[in-house]
Write a protein that binds this ligand. Structure first.
Ligand code: NAD
Length: 465
């Protein structure tokens, strides 16, 4: 692939092998950055900051629109890169790259709309302005590599910050190509910097670096905790988008056919490696058998295979380690309702699986699986459904299926979660805020709210006496 040949090869002797999850072959080798490269990247970002933040709002907006156009021109190339590196079906990869373009284009509207307030005070005029934070560190996971990066890059750049982006070491290729395309689009040198290296060295240095004003992190709750603690030393701003254990709540009066047809993609999208995965399907007891039978039919029909085949609906897991972690949930003895199919041979394949745990404290109902295993469990009534849905440390997403509108709204308000959908499993849009309650994190990405996380409010008082 042309893009792979053009990856930067710098003086570092140590190379990271980037593996293609569908073949286990080496897709590319990229220099492994360490603390010294993070320091260099932060220094570049710091040098670029004064000119970037001083750009007229319209000029910054124009550059972001040019970036969106350049990304759109390379959408197919980026989708192919992401599909191969992350093992996701090409159709999904195209959708994600379209969201990257839309996200940058949406935030291109922001520089000219960063409004402040005028507040009545005695003796003069008081008003607020929004200032950029400075150099912002972006640390992202491997499941939606460029998409999640764009959710942070868009508002960060629009608000006048410069950035150092650290992709996950398993999936750095789309971020590296993004940086090249940004230069082509005219984004000045040093505004976007990418460092590829392990979390415990590169990521940690970014979190500890005194010249980094904020860390925007997406990843596991476990790592999020250590980042919040480490950032406290320099009172860095932190936003955390962490894990989830979301509920798909099916009432007996729902359109069961529609709910069952949609349920596989509420959890098995991206092979279940999705923070929004509704990996707990709660079904009203009177509809449990009927729903489960319908759900099983749809799960058996899922086409798992080569990510580059347009007919593929689910690809492999990201790594052998991830496959082992997911498979461990089969060892707990929970009854298996069904297992779909998966290819044999090279590739980190795992067949989509439904389990029916018999107790409410089963591990599959508590821990994030981050793979294609889902648990179905019955509930008695509305009160029980809400209690069960909230019986988790997480609160990221979720769905409610019912024909009773009043109940849908009551339950939507009662479930402790940042995003919930009624008669739908869609929870992420460019224009609406996304983020977690409880240990799914804090701060909001996307929509107008994301800009709050990349700006400081300054109050200015001008005496008229
Ligand atoms: P992870 O927490 O292991 O790693 C995420 C990123 O943090 C990687 O870039 C990694 O290199 C870096 N990192 C690891 N240790 C670090 C440290 N000590 N200091 C600084 N950086 C460090 O997560 P993962 O396995 O890549 O991704 C899966 C997790 O991400 C799941 O828990 C999933 O739910 C979560 N996730 C959340 C969202 C959301 O929006 N809430 C979205 C996608 C994924």
């Amino acid at each position: 692939m042309e893009a792979l040949c053009r990856l930067p090869r710098r003086r570092l002797p140590d190379l990271l092998k980037i593996v293609e999850p569908a073949t286990e072959g080496v897709l590319a080798e990229v220099p492994r950055a360490g603390a010294a490269e993070v320091d260099e990247a932060v220094a570049r970002a710091r040098r670029a900051l004064p000119a970037w933040r001083a750009l007229a709002p319209g000029a910054r907006a124009k550059l972001l629109r040019a970036l969106a156009d350049t990304l759109e021109d390379h959408l197919e190339e980026l989708a192919l890169l992401e599909a191969r590196n992350a093992g996701k079906p090409i159709g999904s990869a195209r959708g994600e790259m379209a969201m990257v373009v839309d996200t940058i284009r949406y935030y291109a509207g922001a520089p000219e709309r960063l409004l402040g307030d005028t507040i009545p005070v005695a003796g003069g005029q008081a008003f607020t302005v929004r200032e950029p934070l400075g150099v912002v560190g972006l640390i992202v996971p491997w499941n939606f590599p460029l998409n999640i990066s764009a959710w942070k890059l868009g508002p960060a750049l629009a608000a006048g910050n410069t950035v150092v982006l650290k992709p996950a070491e398993l999936t750095p290729l789309s971020a590296l190509r993004f940086a090249e395309l940004a230069t082509e689009a005219g984004i000045p040198e040093g505004v976007i910097n990418v460092v590829v290296g392990p979390g415990r060295t590169c990521g940690q240095r970014l979190v500890e670096h005194p010249d980094v004003a904020k860390i925007a992190f997406t990843g596991s709750t476990e790592v999020g905790r250590t980042i919040a603690a480490a950032a406290a030393a320099t009172i860095k701003r932190v936003t955390l988008e962490l894990g989830g254990k979301s509920a798909n709540v099916i009432f007996a009066d729902a359109d069961l056919e529609a709910a069952a047809a949609a349920a596989p993609w509420a959890v098995f999208d991206n092979a279940g490696q999705d923070c929004c995965a509704r990996s707990r399907v709660l079904v009203e007891a009177s509809a449990f058998d009927r729903f489960t039978a319908l759900f099983e039919e749809h799960v058996r029909a899922i086409r798992v295979g080569d990510p580059l085949d347009p007919a593929t609906e689910m690809g492999p897991l990201i790594s052998a380690g991830q496959r082992d972690a997911v498979a461990s949930f089969l060892d707990d003895g929970d009854p298996v309702v069904c297992r779909g199919s998966a290819p044999e041979g090279p590739g980190f394949w795992f067949a989509p699986t439904i389990l029916a745990p018999q107790t409410r404290d089963a591990r599959v109902l508590r821990d994030e699986v981050f793979g294609p295993i889902v648990a179905v469990i019955p509930f008695r009534d509305e009160e029980d459904a809400v209690a069960l849905a909230n019986d988790t440390i997480y609160g990221l997403s979720g769905s409610i299926w019912t024909r009773d509108g009043a109940r849908a709204l009551r339950v939507a308000r009662a479930i402790e979660t940042g995003n919930i959908s009624i008669n739908s499993n869609s929870s992420v849009r460019v224009t609406t805020p996304f983020g977690g309650f409880k240990q799914s994190g804090y701060g909001r990405e996307l929509g107008p709210h994301a800009l709050d996380a990349y700006t400081e409010v300054k109050t200015i008082f001008y005496s008229t006496s």
